[in-house]
Design a protein around this ligand. Structure first.
Ligand code: DX5
Ligand code: ZN
Length: 237
């Protein structure tokens, strides 16, 4: 399996007064997608972007847009985010009473589907419905609790990445394994060595300095970690 490294800048940490420039920077940095956290003040104690940010950014850039729904009752909004132009919709597994139905609902819109799992959650719900693993393009291991950028890395993430690799093999799935939260210079080597290939970068991309350089730094660290973990360069298995 030749799996590529993907870096997705998260605009949660960008300058909200200039999202157009953030989107363009993410694109020029070779970002795989712009990660857009949608927060509702219920599931998390914060608000971020609403649905309308999706078509607004779509007009300004060609880079794919990922809507990460950190909201209660995401089922009620899947069609809205799809209609708004999100290229991928990611739900938090603990917000979905019937996860297979939610994943199917996303797929029916023609959009890519992803699932996020929080630091304190096990894999029971997912393994009880293994068919969904073949229906998602992205499995996100949350290394922080959703809600805010700039939190510390949860040690629960590394074993979860390894487990996501095992599940992918066991169930014949093909998703990218993403990490969201505290992806930065210190954590990238361990994250990549554990088997993740999709890095969602908030503060480490937009928190200071040049976005393109910041993303380059993360990419270089990931490639180095890959060589060290004795995988073939460029292949994230
Ligand atoms: C947290 C979000 C993340 C956030 C990560 O609720 O899901 O996407 O942007 O921020 P950093 O990278 O600063 O931890
Ligand atoms: Zn996110």
């Amino acid at each position: 399996m030749n799996r590529q490294l993907k870096i997705s800048p998260s605009i949660l940490s960008a300058d909200y007064g200039n999202l157009e420039s953030a989107a363009r920077d993410a694109d020029r940095a070779g970002g795989a997608a712009i990660h857009i956290d949608i927060m509702d003040g219920h599931y998390v104690h914060n608000f971020s972007f609403g649905i309308d940010v999706i078509p607004a950014l779509k007009k300004k850039t060609g880079i794919p847009l990922v809507a990460h729904l950190e909201i209660d009752n995401p089922d009620a909004f899947i069609a809205d985010f799809a209609d708004a132009g999100a290229d991928m919709i990611v739900v938090q597994e603990d917000t979905c009473p019937h996860l297979p139905r939610t994943v199917q609902a996303i797929r029916r819109t023609g959009k890519k589907a992803g699932i996020g799992i929080n630091p304190d959650r096990g894999f029971e719900k997912i393994e009880a419905n293994p068919e969904i693993l073949k229906q998602i393009e992205l499995f996100i291991v949350m290394a922080v609790y959703p809600g805010f950028g700039g939190q510390p890395f949860s040690p629960t993430a590394l074993p979860k990445i390894k487990k996501a690799v095992l599940m992918r093999d066991r169930y014949g799935a093909d998703y990218d394994i993403g990490v969201d939260g505290a992806v930065g210079k210190e954590t990238v080597p361990g994250i990549v060595a554990a088997g993740a290939n999709y890095l969602i970068a908030g503060s480490s991309a937009f928190g200071g300095g040049d976005v393109i350089k910041n993303v380059e730094t993360l990419r270089a660290l990931a490639e180095k970690a890959l060589v060290k973990s004795r995988r073939v360069p460029g292949e994230y298995v």
